[in-house]
Design a protein around this ligand. Structure first.
Ligand code: ZN
Length: 319
């Protein structure tokens, strides 16, 4: 039922003409940045071709140059980014080549070219990965260890791009930094946060010969401290997650990105890319919440938070 309601909701907005009006009037001079993770080649083709028809795809560097007064922007500019450096991104290379579109992929320097796994994709987790994003970094690592995961653990199959793939792709793809191990930077100590931000840049530059000037904060989480560190490590910009668009005065270290699911329908992509989605959420906060969130999921999450914070409870769960 919820699914049908959601479909009707999306289709009615799509066919209302609102996305078109937003794109043509409000967004003509704004820069939209979309964030994907691991779309398959078929979805990639569908989404990229649709975006090419409706927007002018520009590179992240063109936008940075524009901000520094060294470049101009076309009307309706849009930047495509992908986070994490999933091994499946390699399958998009023929498409990226044939469409000749600029794409930026943010790599975790400690995961690429290894058989280490992304902690949030570790399915044996004894708790929701969302809960682990809310606890201090050492607690997160502690609970991961209890679930049998540790950052250096090697698995049979790689999850991240290999060095060979990166070398082949780098002529067509702009690779940038997504920290070393994808922690929640805002839950790290000063030393941990600095190491993740600075080491990642250094590793990507020295071991992969990449020109690193941008960092995407994992999960979009950052504080003023991360901005200070990003500047100190000589990044030119930082990308977060949040609906909206980027203009002339948006802080270069708080660039907004619109999160798009890897299997998104073109209709929802059309709505999200315009930024209308955020307005709808603000206007009808309650309605989308009721429609899109599963109440039992929230209850489960609450239970798990309680488990993490109540002394003694963890022993019951993890014994
Ligand atoms: Zn990520």
């Amino acid at each position: 039922m919820k699914r049908i309601l959601k479909k009707i909701f999306i289709k009615s907005i799509y066919y209302s003409g609102l996305p078109y009006l937003f794109r043509e009037i409000v967004l003509r001079k704004k820069v939209i940045i979309i964030m994907l993770h691991n779309p398959g080649p078929d979805t990639g083709e569908l989404l990229f071709k649709w975006l090419l028809k409706k927007y002018n795809i520009i590179s992240l560097n063109q936008y940075i140059d524009y901000r520094n007064g060294k470049a101009t922007l076309p009307a309706k500019p849009l930047i495509i980014t992908m986070d994490d450096g999933h091994i499946g991104n390699y399958d998009l290379l023929p498409l990226i080549k044939s469409l000749q579109i600029p794409v930026t992929i943010f790599l975790c320097s400690g995961l690429i070219n290894t058989r280490r796994h992304y902690w949030f994709k570790y399915y044996e987790l004894l708790t929701d990965s969302d809960v682990l994003k809310m606890v201090p970094n050492n607690k997160r690592l502690e609970y991961l260890a209890k679930s049998g995961y540790y950052p250096e653990k090697e698995f049979p199959d790689p999850q991240a791009l290999t060095k060979e793939q990166i070398m082949e792709m780098k002529e067509y793809v702009n690779f940038q930094s997504h920290t070393v191990s994808h922690p929640c930077l805002n839950r790290c100590t000063d030393a941990e946060s600095w190491k993740e931000i600075s080491d990642s840049k250094l590793q990507l530059e020295t071991e992969y010969n990449l020109a690193i000037n941008a960092i995407a904060y994992p999960n979009g989480d950052f504080t003023e401290r991360e901005i200070t560190y990003a500047k100190k490590a000589e990044y030119t910009c930082g990308l977060t997650v949040g609906y909206g668009y980027n203009g002339k005065n948006t802080s270069l270290y708080k660039l907004k990105r619109c999160s798009v699911n890897d299997n998104e329908s073109v209709e929802l992509l059309a709505i999200k890319a315009t930024g209308i989605w955020s307005y709808l959420f603000l206007l009808f906060k309650k309605i989308p919440q009721l429609m899109f969130y599963n109440v039992t999921f929230s209850t489960r999450k609450l239970m798990r938070i309680l488990i993490l914070i109540l002394p003694g409870m963890e022993d019951l769960v993890f014994s």
